[in-house]
Design a protein around this ligand. Structure first.
Ligand code: ADP
Ligand code: MG
Length: 585
């Protein structure tokens, strides 16, 4: 065949293949655009793992009516003008090819309005060609809907995995960006159901709480600059797991370079090396690590997907990461109290700014360590009240062991008991709170320092509805300007278990989800929500002593058989039932 220049159509489809490998690539590019547009709230929707539909809606700056078509032209970008700019990229996008690539292989609809214009634009494209355009009214921001991805590239469509696998990839992308940008509210829903939502508080730890739950997130160790060390031009921040907490694969190690999520085998290896000999074979740590350095020191233009970078001084970066992780592991515990990481989630940083932040981090580390020493554990005595005699009580049980880190096996005079550790603990905490409240004893524990909690209108609604009940349960708070509360005390059963801000937000979330029947009193619903957040989780390893203590406290409750939400706390297999099963009788 003679040499020919490819037609624009073929060329663009080949180029699209480099950027858009699978549905998750589309989500990544649209998310990056929304973040670059300064959006505060970003909603990602997918249907059938993104194969049928992907929609990303943001409240960012929007696109002026005169530029909407241009946004879909290849190599059209508002983020870069000359070659020099490539050395100081502070936006996530810069190649100007994502929208063109996505549009080439799908049906796209973009609705957008620039904050400076009155009227928005709705543009529809099929295989990259504009098929419709009309003005529309809408709030400032942009919504991009991508349907039937790869409808015109059957070969690619054939190689895609099941919707569930593709959904997993999308979830990974969305949660990673939520971690990198904790100041944005980023949500993901799949087939109409909310899968994940970051609270947008600006605290990485709040995102981690949402992702991993209070037990895991609360155990993570912050990375802090090492005292008495030369300040380095590479700022490393984030969290890593203590050696006792590990995972079966490397996916829980995530890295960001100046706010960009990247994959890097050498960095992954550097972190693993820091845990050398501390982890069992084939187990991997959790690590959320942000590396901030002068943009001129890193080349992000390695691959169209922009997930690979090249460091000018790679060795120095790896050493900085490894030193920092190692230091956190060595000093673990002392600095485990949560605090905010300055600068997390920003992209453009100067060397001077990095040095200044290192000072802040140092101070934060010290005060966190001091606070950890001063924190008083909440009093958690079992209920002194004798329970009503009519309630079904538990006999004295002997703990045998734990199954799947979820159930406690215990033996009693009349057979075997399988106890759900979370439900049982909920019941214990619930009765402790009820009896204290009946005795007029305080349920709340004052914070050493009040904290400001920002809430959205939805959360504010819940607070209004449950105002009095929240106060009775031990939350002491007052309105603090627009969309915020000053929190002075939390229920004692939550103190020390998790940071106060997320304690409140999680209880609100729980109330909003409202799995308790509507007929119940608000006070009961709040107490049940508080206990749910305060109780040990399924999946948590308990020592024999802890299990003994839990069972002993459960024995002392008035309704040991059910949790405050009405679910059973235990299954009883009587001696007779066992004998029957084994055909002994
Ligand atoms: P790049 O992000 O590399 O510039 P894209 O093809 O992703 O290239 O986007 C092209 C241009 O369209 C961007 O430079 C930006 O000006 C505009 N754009 C895309 N998405 C959005 C959005 N969600 N909000 C505002 N502008 C957007
Ligand atoms: Mg882009």
């Amino acid at each position: 065949m003679p040499i020919r220049v490819l037609s624009p159509e073929v060329a663009s489809r080949i180029a699209a293949g480099e950027v858009v490998e699978r549905p998750a690539s589309v989500v990544k590019e649209l998310l990056e655009n929304a973040i670059d547009a300064g959006a505060r709230t970003i909603q990602v929707e997918m249907e059938e793992g993104g194969l049928r539909l992907i929609r990303v809606a943001d409240d960012g700056c929007g696109i002026p009516a005169g530029e909407v078509e241009l946004a879909f032209a290849r190599h059209a970008t508002s983020k870069l003008t000359d070659v020099e700019d490539l050395n100081r990229i502070t936006t996530l996008g810069f190649r100007g090819e994502a929208l063109a690539s996505i549009a080439a292989v799908s049906l796209v609809e973009m609705s957008t309005r620039s904050a400076d214009e009155e009227v928005g634009t709705l543009l529809s494209l099929e295989a990259g060609q504009v098929v419709r355009r009309r003005p529309i009214g809408r709030p400032a921001g942009t919504t991009v809907t991508v349907e039937n991805l790869f409808f015109n590239v059957p070969a690619r469509r054939k190689f895609l995995r099941s919707p569930l696998t593709e959904a997993g990839h999308i979830q990974e992308i969305v949660t990673c960006y939520a971690m990198a940008y904790p100041d944005r509210r980023i949500s993901l829903s799949h087939n109409g159901r909310l899968a994940f939502r970051s609270p947008g508080t600006g605290q990485l730890l709040d995102v981690l709480l949402e992702l991993y739950g209070p037990e895991t997130a609360g155990a993570l160790l912050p990375l802090l600059p090492i005292p008495d060390e030369e300040p380095s031009p590479v700022l490393v921040s984030g969290f890593v797991s203590p050696p006792a907490l590990h995972r079966a694969d490397r996916r829980y190690m995530v890295f960001f370079v100046n706010g960009r999520w990247i994959r890097d085998k050498a960095l992954t290896y550097a972190v693993q090396q820091a845990y050398h000999t501390l982890l069992p074979a084939n187990r991997f740590p959790i690590a959320i690590i942000q590396i901030q350095l002068d943009p001129a020191e890193v080349d992000v233009n390695v691959h169209p997907t922009k997930t690979e970078v090249r460091f000018r001084a790679a060795g120095e970066v790896f050493r900085a990461v490894q030193r920092q992780v190692r230091a956190a592991l060595v000093h673990q515990g002392a600095t485990a109290a949560p605090f905010s990481l300055p600068g997390w989630g920003e992209r453009s940083v100067s060397a001077a700014e990095i040095a200044a932040r290192q000072q802040v981090l140092l101070a934060a580390g010290r005060s966190a360590a001091e606070q950890a020493l001063r924190l008083i554990p909440p009093a958690e005595k079992p209920s002194p009240e004798p329970a009503p005699l009519s309630a079904p009580r538990l006999p004295i049980l002997r703990v045998v062991g734990q199954v799947r880190q979820t159930y406690i096996i215990a033996e009693g005079p009349d057979g075997l008991y399988l106890i759900d550790q979370h439900a049982a603990h909920e019941r214990i905490l619930y009765e402790q709170m009820m009896s204290r409240s009946a005795a007029g004893a305080p349920l709340s524990q004052a914070l050493l320092e009040p904290v400001v909690v920002s809430v959205d209108f939805r959360q504010q609604d819940v607070i209004h509805t449950y105002d009095e009940a929240l106060r009775l349960a031990g939350f002491d708070m007052e309105p603090f300007g627009e969309g915020a509360y000053l929190l002075r005390a939390v229920p004692a059963v939550l103190a020390g278990r998790q940071d106060p801000r997320s304690a409140l937000l999680e209880v609100i979330d729980e109330l909003e989800r409202g799995e308790s029947p509507l007929s119940r009193r608000k006070e009961d619903m709040v107490m049940a929500a508080v206990c749910k957040r305060g109780a040990v989780k399924a999946g948590q390893t308990l020592t024999h002593e802890e299990m003994n203590e839990l069972v002993r406290q459960l024995e002392a409750t008035s309704s040991p058989q059910t949790c405050p939400h009405g679910r059973p706390t235990m299954i009883h297999l009587s001696v007779e039932a066992l004998a029957r099963q084994f055909l002994r009788s």
